[in-house]
Structure formats: C-alpha cells, structure tokens
Write a protein that binds this ligand. Structure first.
Ligand SMILES: [Zn+2]
Length: 436
C-alpha cells in the first residue's frame, strides 16, 4: 500500500484538496483526502512525497489524462502530409486522398515503430487512457505492451449500401477474434467512419452491434464544410471522390439534412455515441445532441491544422453535453501532447474555465470511452490511474490555470497502480520521488 502525497490533489469530481494524499492498494484507489487524515487512516502505507526536479515547484496529483480520439495507425504520417490552410493548402478532400495514399505505402515494421514512438509521447505527456480508431485492431498488442488503458474503436467504411452485409460480417469477425486480446485495460468499441463515407444501412447495423454488445461507438461528425454541402444538397467534392474510389451508390439521394439531423433520422444518435469534431452545428443540432445524450469530442489542434475556426464548444458545454478532448492523428497534428491540446483550447476559448478544460481531458474523456467506472477521476474504488505534475510555485493560486500556463513537468505516472513498462515509456524513475 502506497500513500502518494502532493501539495494539491485534484480529484476532478470534487474540489481540490490542499496538502492531500491518494492511497493506492493493489492497483486501486482506497483513500483520498487531506494528507494527515489519510496517514492516520492508513498507518501501514508507505509514504511517497511527489517531488520535482525544479526547486520550489508546486506538486499536483490528478487523474491520468484521456486522449479521447486518435488514430495510432497514422503515427507514420508525422510530418509527411501537408497542412490544409484555406486557399493555400490542401482541402479536406485532398487531405483524405493524401492519407489514403500514405497508408498504402506504409509497411508493418514502420507502423509498429511509429506507434511505439506515439505511445511514448502519450505517456510522456501524462496520458493514461486513449480512444483509438483502428480498422483492424493493429494497435491493441502495442497498447497492451505499453500498459495503456484504451478503448479501441474498430472502424468501418462503406458508402455503397450493397456492401453493408459484407462489411458488418468482417467487423463481427474482428470483434470475435480480438475479444481475447481486448481484456483488462483494453475495451473494444465500433466506429462507422463518418456520415459521408458510411451507408445508412451500414450505420444502422453498426449501431445495432453497439447496442447488442453494449460497447461505445465513435464517429467523425460535422467535421468539415464539405460534409454539410454533401448531406444538405448532395453537392460539393464528395460525390466525385466516392465515384473515383468506385464506391458511389446510384441509389443514394441527399437527405437534405445537417449531419446531426441525418444521423437522427437513421435512429443512431444514442448515449453510447461519441461524435468527434462537431465543428458545424445549428442550435437545433445542439438541442438534438443534448436530447439524445450523445457525447462530443473536440480536437483543437486538428482544427488549427485545417485552418478551421470551430466555435461551437461553449454552446455544447452550455447544453450540458459531455465533451472530451482528442489529439486526432499525426496526419493532422504536430504531436500527441494533450497539454498542448488543452493550451490551444484555452487560447481559442478564453471564456472556458481552465477547470472545465481539465475536466474535458479527464472524466469527460473517460465517459465518452465507456471507461468512467474505472478512470477519469480520483475516487475510492477506481483504478489508480494518476499522474503527478509540478508547476512553478508563483502560479499555484489558481491551481487549474497554472496547469495550463506552461507545460508542466510530469513526475509520476501510474496506470492501475503500476508504472507503465519502463522499456516503452522512458519515463520518470523512482529516484525522482523522495521516499520517506
Ligand atoms: Zn479522426
């Protein structure tokens, strides 16, 4: 039994505790509160004072961060795909074509090496849980090797409705085959790629699988203007793209709806759905998402990559929609650093409190991944997924704000009470904690 003591504890689901401690036994949080009380309650616990290499720093214990949306398979794309920036760069449809070409060029060894590097980067920034979109579950073994908690969403694409049966069968085979690998820290989910790339029939079947298996479902929704033009008027660049790829469905006609209203017309908006991006929304869309209790994932630096000024976040939060944070893939981001995502969001939305942003990167992320019974907050009974960070002392009056002011020093990372595999994480060693 170990009692981790720090200047502040941020349980997230309750107020900060100054001079607090978290007690961990057999991978679970068994106590949390003021340090003196915890020491009295658990006299046999070994006490670990969270230290910092910077003198005079303030130390903070909080839940491990949740990156609710990424594509580890695309770690190979780091620095290889041009940015989309309005008239100068690629458009979103050009970008998708680039990504498809890139994927076809990459071999398995290269992919494994890039994913391992991506996992080191995630752990290095204090991420303990991710939501990964994967067409075939390739990342699962590497996630298990690195000791991360994850929900791996098996992704399907298929615009031609005649293929819905075959694609569903393949998905069910993957779910059956990967079931034995996805145990313990790793859960499986399903992911219809997007409203413009998945037929209504396939959307309905994947949604039904999610209901039957009680597994979460994630999809890219209302990400780009082209999607709006396609669904509302059947126009724009998607019809050409789908024809070029040989998957156009002659029987398809535009529903004349927004992406959110279209998914509702298919009956697939549900509490298990994490709608990723949600950049283009009307007030009716937001009302509908709230009514169906869909959760949201926003990707601030991915939006920056595409030159988008997404402005719906505050409306989503005001509507009470659980909203999480994702780094998206390295085909549309510079790194997988969650602190950089939080700082970008803070800069884009000065009106959103730092506390709310940290909530998005912890408990809200855990909820969207169906992992909140285990992680996302420091509560008794939950898994000991926690991080210790150090921030400059002068900024410690606003403890949430100080975490977002500059990159904090990560001094401790635990997943289910264990340090992630040191061969993979390259992280903090015990010598940086002072034992007493
Ligand atoms: Zn994505």
């Amino acid at each position: 039994m170990i009692l981790y003591q720090a200047d502040y504890i941020l349980p997230i689901t309750s107020p900060p505790i100054r001079g607090g401690a978290v007690v961990v036994d057999q991978g679970r949080i068994v106590g949390r509160g003021e340090a003196g009380e915890q020491k009295a309650g658990f006299p046999a616990a070994q006490v670990v004072q969270i230290g910092s290499v910077s003198p005079g720093a303030t130390t903070v214990l909080l839940p491990g961060l949740v990156n609710a949306h990424t594509h580890l398979d695309l770690c190979t794309a780091r620095g290889k795909i041009a940015r989309c920036s309005g008239s100068q760069g690629l458009t979103f449809v050009d970008w998708i074509e680039e990504v498809v070409r890139h994927k076809a060029r990459v071999g398995e060894e290269e992919k494994m090496a890039a994913i391992r590097q991506g996992l080191r980067e995630l752990l290095g920034s204090g991420v303990t849980t991710i939501g990964d979109i994967s067409p075939d579950g390739f990342s699962i073994k590497l996630l298990a090797e690195a000791g991360l908690r994850a929900t791996v969403f098996l992704e399907v694409v298929g615009f031609a409705s005649t293929n819905a049966g075959a694609v569903t069968e393949k998905l069910e085979r993957y779910l059956a085959d990967l079931g034995s690998l996805a145990t313990g820290l790793i859960k499986l989910g399903v992911s219809p790629h997007a409203p413009y790339s998945v037929s209504p029939a396939l959307w309905k079947r994947v949604s039904q699988i999610s209901r039957e298996r009680r597994c979460p479902i994630a999809s890219h929704v209302a990400e780009d203007l082209e999607e709006m033009i396609f669904l509302s008027a059947g126009a724009g660049r998607w019809p050409d793209f789908l024809r070029r790829r040989g998957v156009w469905d002659e029987s398809w006609s535009s529903p004349g709806l927004s992406p959110v209203q279209y998914l509702d017309s298919l009956g697939v908006l549900a509490p298990s759905l994490a709608a990723v991006h949600l950049n283009y929304l009307s007030s009716q869309d937001i009302e509908l998402l709230a009514r169906r209790r869909v959760s949201a994932v926003t990707c601030p630096r991915s939006n920056r990559w595409f030159g988008r000024r997404a402005d719906k976040l505050q409306a989503l939060l005001c509507a009470g929609i659980t909203t999480a944070l994702g780094a998206d893939s390295l085909a549309s981001n510079w790194s997988l650093d969650m602190w950089a995502e939080m700082r970008q969001l803070h800069q884009d939305y000065p009106g959103v409190a730092a506390e709310d942003i940290i909530r998005m990167a912890t408990i809200s992320g855990a909820k969207t991944l169906g992992q909140d019974s285990e992680t996302g907050s420091l509560e008794e009974g939950k898994s000991a997924d926690l991080i210790g960070v150090a921030v400059p002392r002068q900024s410690a009056n606003d403890i949430y704000g100080s975490l977002l002011a500059s990159p904090p020093e990560i001094v401790l990372i635990l997943i289910a009470g264990n340090s992630p595999n040191p061969n993979n994480s390259g992280l903090i060693t015990r010598s940086r904690w002072s034992l007493s």
